[in-house]
Design a protein around this ligand. Structure first.
Ligand SMILES: C[S@@+](CC[C@H](N)C(=O)[O-])C[C@H]1O[C@@H](n2cnc3c(N)ncnc32)[C@H](O)[C@@H]1O
Length: 314
């Protein structure tokens, strides 16, 4: 949490959590003018109206042509025109598509900072980049792509999305950026801003975007996982916790919009057949991060951060 918030909370004698939701949304300061330029580049290639089909520029929210009528492009929230959601018998039925929202570009920078992706601990001069960032439920793929463009510490950015139309937008966006050269140009700018020279690069970084169910994805190589789980059921959260603790052998950090149910620990403790390889624990910390649906209000959405522990490591 921001130092200024802690100080203000101490002066007012209230817990920092009380003030956190009211703190204006700010990205961590860029480390130098190159990183400042980098962010401007990313903002300009990733901003635009919310439907790819509505203009030549990249979408603000990567919703598909089918979904665009149901989303307010300024907020990412369901359209204010309630008539769109009325069925023939006049009952209100909001399609699942209308719940689509994304983390903003600024929010992504806050997220990367809190996940510890904006630097790498070098124990050896040639040791880099070491992280694999996974977005489970990657929608239009913009967070995955931004992690590749802005984070030289990440050498693999992976997204998986259930909705075919959203996956297609993600794949198309990535394809466009690689074809027109923006992806490699901006990644090189990011590396320069981190002080990485051309002849220093020894690992080819990649973006992998899959269409499918996140429960089917191999997450054994993921070091950092983000899951925009606001619409996930309690049962999905339990299943996801179980998957992470069984398969997340390389994991360091998980960030989720919903906390994992504390009962996930009890259930597995009673089941001797399940051997945990990673532990999410039950004490996440919370940061407030800008999302498309909070942007208009000027505040953030609580995100739960779990520092993953491994049984075989001290
Ligand atoms: C709110 S969007 C978040 C998009 C992006 N991750 C972001 O934060 O900007 C969540 C996405 O998760 C997808 N999703 C939900 N359940 C899923 C599943 N079982 N497997 C893959 N994707 C899923 C939804 O289709 C939706 O596009």
């Amino acid at each position: 949490m921001h130092l200024a918030v802690r100080l203000a909370a101490a002066i007012l004698s209230v817990p920092p959590d009380v003030l956190a939701p009211y703190v204006p949304m700010m990205a961590p300061a860029p480390r130098n003018t190159l990183e400042f330029d980098l962010r401007n580049e990313v903002d300009s290639i990733m901003s635009g109206p919310c439907c790819r089909s509505s203009s030549d520029s990249a979408p603000l929210f990567a919703v598909s042509r089918e979904e665009v009528n149901y989303v307010n492009c300024d907020s990412g929230l369901p359209s204010a025109d309630i008539r769109l959601f009325k069925s023939e018998n006049n009952e209100l039925s909001i399609p699942e598509a209308s719940t689509y929202g994304e983390i903003t570009l600024l929010g992504a920078r806050q997220l990367f900072h809190h996940m510890g992706l904006t630097s790498y601990a070098k124990s050896h001069p040639n040791e880099r980049p070491s992280y694999q960032f996974f977005d489970l439920g990657s929608g239009g793929g913009r967070l995955v792509i931004q992690s590749h463009l802005e984070l030289p510490a990440v050498f693999k950015s992976v997204g998986i999305e259930l909705f075919s139309s959203r996956h297609k937008i993600a794949a198309q966006t990535w394809d466009d950026l690689t074809q027109n050269g923006d992806a490699s140009r901006i990644r090189t700018l990011a590396e320069k801003s981190w002080g990485i020279e051309e002849n220093d690069k020894n690992i080819v970084s990649t973006v992998d975007l899959y269409e499918g169910d996140l429960f089917e994805l191999d997450i054994s190589q993921a070091t950092h996982i983000y899951v925009s789980s606001l619409c996930f059921s309690e049962d999905m959260m339990k299943r996801l916790a179980a998957k992470i603790e069984l398969e997340g052998i390389s994991l360091q950090m998980v960030a989720s919009l919903r906390p994992f149910p504390s009962s996930h620990n009890e259930i597995k403790n009673n089941n001797e057949a399940i051997k945990k390889r990673a532990s999410l624990g039950s004490n996440p910390w919370i940061e407030y991060i800008e999302m498309s649906w909070t942007k208009a209000r000027g505040d953030g959405c609580p995100v739960y951060f779990y520092s993953v522990k491994h049984a075989d490591k001290t």
